[in-house]
Structure formats: structure tokens, C-alpha cells
Design a protein around this ligand. Sequence first.
Ligand code: DON
Length: 309
Amino acid sequence: MADLEEVLPALAAEMAERTDRGDVANYIPQLGKIDPQRFGIAVALTDGRVVAAGDADETFSIQSISKMFTLTLALGKVGDALWRRVGREPSGNPFNSIVQLENEQGIPRNPFINAGAIVVTDVLLAGHQPREAIGEILRFAQFLADDDTIIVDREVAASEQATGFRNVALANYMKAFGNLQHAPELALGVYYHHCAIAMSCRQLAMSGRFLAHGGRNPATGHSVVSAERARRILALMLTCGHYDGSGDFAFRVGIPAKSGVGGGILGIVPGVASIAVWSPGLNENGNSRLGSIALEKLARAMNWSVFAP
Ligand code: DON
């Protein structure tokens, strides 16, 4: 097996040279300002080592990667009852699509598309004020990463709140079907803020360690979720984590992963590593273009795949 200490810097150098970087997500104005030249990668191994390269300590907007945190919290709160309100199937549609909601009575296909994540946020709001729910999600990210400097970027949240017309439509549509318990604007307020959590690749890789280690923090041995629940979250990441690009990502990279329109991807090699990569330019499915390519190359170099013997 190749040496990660050599592979990561070489990969970062190779990615820095590439000109086919995709386009930044300018539908959220604040994200449209990010320099597409950035590239960072960090790998937190279950043996405790962390190897990083490029802009691995620069923070970026984690966006939909936060849906892994909210799904984990919602399962902790209501368990399998969540699946009465959200499905577990890939949507085969863009992350912000509304088309299936009409035929499927306001039940979103999975917790990672926007509609599904808004329902998950609604679950987390129960019994809380919006600011308490946001605080709970942020503290969970800090706890998982073992880093209480992680913050919500309020400018990004405000920028999306001002322009998130599709999400407003999704939330109202689901409310009409009775699948939101709170006012759409309250669920959306929490949703925009958890999407606006800012983390570096190093922090993000640290936060994913429990998924790489059967639900336990490998450093402390403390259980975050049961091994069975960790497996199921990973199954959803593999099948739904890249929206309409999930099949192609599984084919090319072969590990469960969750992307965000900030250009980050969190990938998990069960038993081995939690990987975070960041390159702000996106492909046609809204997933990091160079991030996906870098993960494909890394997985090949290290022989990492959930399908390998
Ligand atoms: O709701 C949105 O559109 C964004 N806050 C999150 C979308 C996202 O990250 C999709 N991921 N690739």
C-alpha cells in the first residue's frame, strides 16, 4: 500500500495545477465569492494519525455535509420513527428538486436531498427554540471534531435565507402535506444555519471518525451511535450522498461519502479512515469536481473501497 504521507502532498500539488475546476455555487451569493483555486485534504485514520495537505486548515461552508450531523441527531431523538416521514431511496434528481414530492405525498426520498433535510430539521426543532436547535447541531459538530472553535458563518446563512426560494417552496409544499410540524420559516431558519457551519478539512475529517470506527470515537472509545446505526448512515451516504451523482461516485470512488455545495466532501473508509476534501468548484450535479477526482485517485492509490476484499 502507498504511503499516505507521500500520496496526499502529491495529490494536492496535482490538483493545484488543474484548470478544469468546475464552477462555484453562486446561487448562494456568499459562496459565489470563494476562490476556486483552493484545494485541501485531510485524512483521520482510526489509528489516531491525521495526515493533511493543501489548504486543509482553511474553513469553508460545509453545506449539505451537515445533513450527516442532523440525520445522526434525529435518529438519536426519534429512532426509526424518522422513516415514517423521510424515505431511504436515492432520488435520481437534483438536490433541490420538487418533482417527486407531489406523487409521494410530501415524503422526501431521503434525508440528504434538501426536502428530506428540512424534515430532519423539523424533527430536531421539536421542543426547542430555533436558536437552541442550531446550538445543539453546532455543539454536536464540535463534539465529534473535538474542537469547540467551530462556528456557524452567519453571513452565509443570511445570504441563503435571502435567496433560498426553492427551499421555501419545498418547505411549504411539505407543510401542505402535513409533513412539517413547525412553521416553514422556523425549520428553514435552522436548516440554513446548520448548512452554514464552517469547518476545515482537518475538523471535518475528525468529525467523521465515529463512522469509520463502528459508531465509536477511536480516540476515546466512547460510543456516538450503535455500530448498526453507523452502518445504516454509511449506506445512505453511499446511495444518496451525491444526489443524482451517487451512482457514478460509488462506481468511481467506491466509498460512502457526503458532498456539499461549498465544495467539501466527507468520505468514509470503514475501519480505516475518515477523509475530508475541499475544492469549491462544482460539477453538473453540484458536487465538488476536483474533490471527487481527488478521492477517486486517493482511493485507487490506497486500495480503499467498500467493495474490495
Ligand atoms: O439548501 C441548499 O441548497 C444548500 N444549503 C445546501 C445544498 C447542498 O449542499 C447540496 N450539495 N451538494
